[in-house]
Design a protein around this ligand. Structure first.
Ligand SMILES: [Zn+2]
Length: 142
C-alpha cells in the first residue's frame, strides 16, 4: 500500500492517534483503578452520562474539556469567528452541565469535575492525589 503523505503529515497523524489513546478520562480512570477504585464508565442512564461512576462512594466524576465546558482558565478562549454560533453552543453545554449536576445532587450523588488543564503532566499527580483524598474522606456509604 502506498500513501502520498509527506513524513511531516504522517507524524502529525501518528501524534493524533497517540493522543486519542490517552484521552484525559482514560488517564483519570487508569490512576483510580491503580489505587484500587472500581467504577463504571460512561453511564448513559444517568444525567450527563458521567465518565466515571463509583456507586460504592456514591460519587460521579466528569472529566471535562476546558473549551467545551467553559473552564475559567487560559485554555478557554472564545473563538474569534462564528461568534454567535460558538456562544450558543458553549452556553448550551454550560446550562446542560448545570441541570445535570442538579439532578445528580438531588439523587444524592457527589460530583467531582476534573478539568483537562489539571491533567497536564506537571499538575497530574497533585490533581489526582487531591481527588483521591476527597473521595476517600467523604466515606463509603454501603
Ligand atoms: Zn482549564
Amino acid at each position: 500500500m502506498t500513501d502520498n503523505k509527506t513524513p511531516k503529515q504522517r507524524s502529525y497523524n501518528m501524534s493524533r492517534i497517540r493522543s486519542e489513546n490517552t484521552k484525559p478520562e482514560e488517564k483519570v480512570r487508569k490512576y483510580l483503578f491503580a489505587k484500587g477504585f472500581r467504577y463504571r464508565k460512561n453511564v448513559r442512564t444517568m444525567p450527563g452520562c458521567p465518565d466515571i461512576v463509583m456507586s460504592k462512594y456514591k460519587t460521579v466524576i466528569f472529566v471535562n474539556g476546558c473549551f467545551w465546558h467553559k473552564h475559567d482558565c487560559p485554555r478557554f478562549v472564545w473563538p474569534s469567528s462564528n461568534v454567535e454560533y460558538w456562544h450558543h453552543k458553549i452556553m448550551r453545554n454550560v446550562e446542560r452541565d448545570k441541570k445535570n449536576f442538579e439532578l445528580l445532587i438531588n439523587e444524592g450523588w457527589k460530583i467531582y469535575v476534573v478539568w483537562e488543564c489539571q491533567l497536564k503532566r506537571k499538575y497530574f499527580t497533585e490533581t489526582m492525589t487531591r481527588l483521591e483524598k476527597a473521595i476517600r474522606l467523604r466515606g463509603v456509604l454501603d
